[in-house]
Design a protein around this ligand. Structure first.
Ligand SMILES: C[S@@+](CC[C@H](N)C(=O)[O-])C[C@H]1O[C@@H](n2cnc3c(N)ncnc32)[C@H](O)[C@@H]1O
Length: 286
């Protein structure tokens, strides 16, 4: 199995993983979060994890839960939700503890940020679909690209804008829209992009509030991207659903990009203690 590894950086470290959890450092704050991919045994003991971490996310249902403080000097309540900043090179991200267990960035994307940096040209057009708080958008913006950031959730776009301001950047085009709807409109307008990244959730909500699964929407997303990519452009697709198999990804991408190089690897991160954690399939077309 081929892997693409993301690396730790000064403000992010995956310290250990196991027992369906991960221990991560975000700047000075250490968290414990559930992760089904950490099905193995961790290296450090539970006692060591709890000694290190400021807080732990305790799952109530599959999608939501609550953050519990593990340190007196790190209070968490409805009125006191901790927030802080971390940096990735010149980009600054505002983090907070959300009820969906996320903190505001997906650090496993680090390898994609470097891929984008190496390939996008100044004034090249870059499209970030399902763009969340803008990791890839900010990175492409530092290279002087013309960046379009599309997400269907208003509060998420506001969060991405805050990250842009904290990073002392400007000029990103904010698109509050359904990703498929926006991509279809761009195809009709005859737009082309030199780089596209898409990070669709396993379960999405569409333009008409209908629920969809990535395994059924994937071909349409790839087809739309194939119409939007310029001749020398690149496409990055992250998929996290075990129901979307590598073989299906490969066949679909080959169908719409018969002349391009295609790489499909397991997106992975190594813990400081030496374990390997997987984050789904990473597809690159260039
Ligand atoms: C997995 S996150 C993306 C993470 C991001 N690529 C990063 O690394 O920071 C998925 C994002 O897709 C957005 N989203 C969900 N359904 C959508 C849709 N139909 N159209 C556009 N965005 C959507 C969510 O609001 C969320 O921000």
């Amino acid at each position: 199995m081929k892997r693409t590894y993301s690396q730790h950086w000064k403000d992010y470290e995956l310290i250990d993983a196991g027992n369906n959890k991960k221990l991560e450092r975000w700047g000075k704050i250490i968290t414990i979060r559930p992760d089904r991919n950490a099905y193995f045994t961790p290296i450090l003991s539970e006692k060591e994890w709890k000694q290190k971490a400021q807080c732990e996310f305790v799952e109530a249902t599959n999608n939501t839960g609550t953050w519990v403080s593990l340190k007196k000097d790190f209070p968490i309540s409805e009125t006191e939700i901790p927030n802080w900043q971390i940096a990735y090179k010149e980009c600054v991200f505002n983090l907070k503890l959300t009820k969906f267990k996320h903190l505001g960035i997906f650090p496993e994307q680090q390898t994609n940020w470097e891929f984008i940096k190496n390939r996008i040209q100044k004034d090249g057009k870059f499209l970030n679909l399902f763009a969340y708080t803008g990791g890839a958008s900010l990175v492409a913006n530092t290279k002087g690209a013309d960046v379009y950031h599309c997400d269907s959730v208003k509060q998420i776009i506001s969060w991405a804008k805050l990250n842009m301001e904290s990073s002392h950047q400007n000029g990103i085009h904010w698109v509050l829209d359904d990703a498929l709807k926006f991509a279809s409109k761009e195809v009709k307008r005859g737009k082309k992009y030199d780089g596209i990244i898409m990070d669709p959730p396993a379960f999405g909500i569409g333009a008409k509030k209908e629920r969809w699964k990535i395994e059924t929407k994937f071909p349409e997303l790839v087809q739309l991207a194939s119409k939007l990519i310029s001749d020398k452009g690149f496409l990055i697709i992250n998929t996290y659903s075990p129901k979307l198999k590598e073989e299906v990804i490969k066949n679909t991408v080959q169908k719409y990009f018969p002349k391009k190089n295609i790489e499909i690897n397991k997106l992975s991160l190594k813990t400081t203690t030496g374990k390997i954690l997987e984050y789904g399939e990473l597809t690159r077309v260039y």
